[in-house]
Design a binder for this molecule. Structure first.
Ligand code: ZN
Length: 330
């Protein structure tokens, strides 16, 4: 089960969006996808620019018409991750767009969890938790609404471990999102902020200083700022870098030019994630394979990345140690 290509180590995925896992193969099996011809589906996923990505993403969101669609997607995604050797995943899940489309959040998340159970019942050895995030350009009020959903579900015993923000990095000042992040933190959720992919080092600084992020999605812009790198290292803020995603969004123009090794060399914890594997075509094992090729990473270095991921997951200490033992192979 833990075998996939050359990267046959147990893996931890900390930066992956649930909806971003819905690629052409899964879409073709879904009710809404069945209505789309295969050539049309292939064309939808053959985008080479950001508007093309957004168009595909919108189509995927629209395919999630009812709770049963979420259950089917979750089952497929969990089986796929497990087959690629992922033992623990922290899905970023964005409830608000579904709520705004008229779906009842409680039924949606219940269906997602049921899908994960379906996969486990079929043999997938995957543990999963969720970071609920908000859409940055929707502003402070939406952020608070999202944070309330995260807190309520955590309190209800659902595996929600964090609150975060994604979307347009430049779409709303950090100060406007601060009350939502404070509310989430006060309830015991960890804070996750997408920053430093299209925004500069300042967006990373604000994520940490204003929003209290203990992990950053991307954050590669910090590479140009030695003072910021020192601060991230001092605070132990982890960057979840997604090299293939960075290529698609044109944040970086080759694997070799991705600055994550330099960031890690500065003492900042770094993990590797796949972001939207359904859209970018690389699941975590493939992402690691590409990283290994670009930077000559050996098995020990890859395991080291997984150990960092275990240590920086949003789970309580005991669970983090358990994960570390699994991925370290000891
Ligand atoms: Zn992301």
């Amino acid at each position: 089960m833990n075998n996939s290509g050359k990267i046959a180590i147990p893996k931890i995925e900390l930066h992956v969006h649930f909806e971003g896992c819905i690629g052409p193969e899964l879409m073709a099996r879904m009710r809404a996808g069945e209505k789309i011809s295969r050539p049309e589906l292939d064309a939808l996923y053959s985008f080479d620019n950001f508007p093309g990505f957004l168009k595909a993403y919108a189509r995927v969101m629209a395919a999630l018409e009812q709770p049963g669609d979420f259950r089917e997607a979750a089952g497929f995604i969990a089986a796929r991750l497990a087959a690629r050797g992922v033992v623990y995943v922290e899905f970023t899940f964005t409830p608000l767009p579904h709520v705004r489309r008229g779906l009842e959040h409680g039924r949606v998340i219940e269906a997602v969890l049921a899908g994960l159970e379906d996969a486990r019942a079929a043999g997938a050895k995957l543990q999963a938790a969720f970071i609920y995030d908000t859409v940055r350009q929707w502003g402070g009020e939406a952020a608070e609404q999202s944070a309330r959903l995260a807190v309520a579900d955590m309190k209800a015993g659902l595996p929600v471990v964090g609150f975060g923000v994604g979307g347009d990095e430049l779409g709303c000042p950090a100060t406007e999102l601060q009350p939502a992040f404070e509310m989430a933190a006060a309830a015991g959720l960890k804070r996750y902020v997408h920053a430093g992919e299209v925004g500069g080092p300042q967006s990373v600084r604000e994520a940490v200083e204003i929003l209290g992020a203990s992990r950053i999605g991307h954050g590669i812009a910090a590479a140009g700022d030695p003072e910021l790198l020192a601060e991230l290292a001092r605070r132990g803020v982890c960057l979840d870098v997604c090299p293939t995603s960075n290529l698609f969004t044109r944040a970086v123009d080759s694997y070799e030019k991705n600055p994550w090794p330099a960031i890690a060399a500065a003492g900042v914890p770094v993990t590797i994630g796949s972001d939207d594997p359904g859209f970018f075509g690389a699941w975590l094992d493939e992402e690691l394979e590409r990283c290994a090729a670009a930077w000559q990473l050996d098995q020990a270095a890859l395991r080291g990345l997984m150990v960092t991921a275990a240590r920086h997951s949003f789970q309580p200490r005991e669970k983090r140690e358990e994960l570390e033992t699994i991925v370290a192979g000891i």
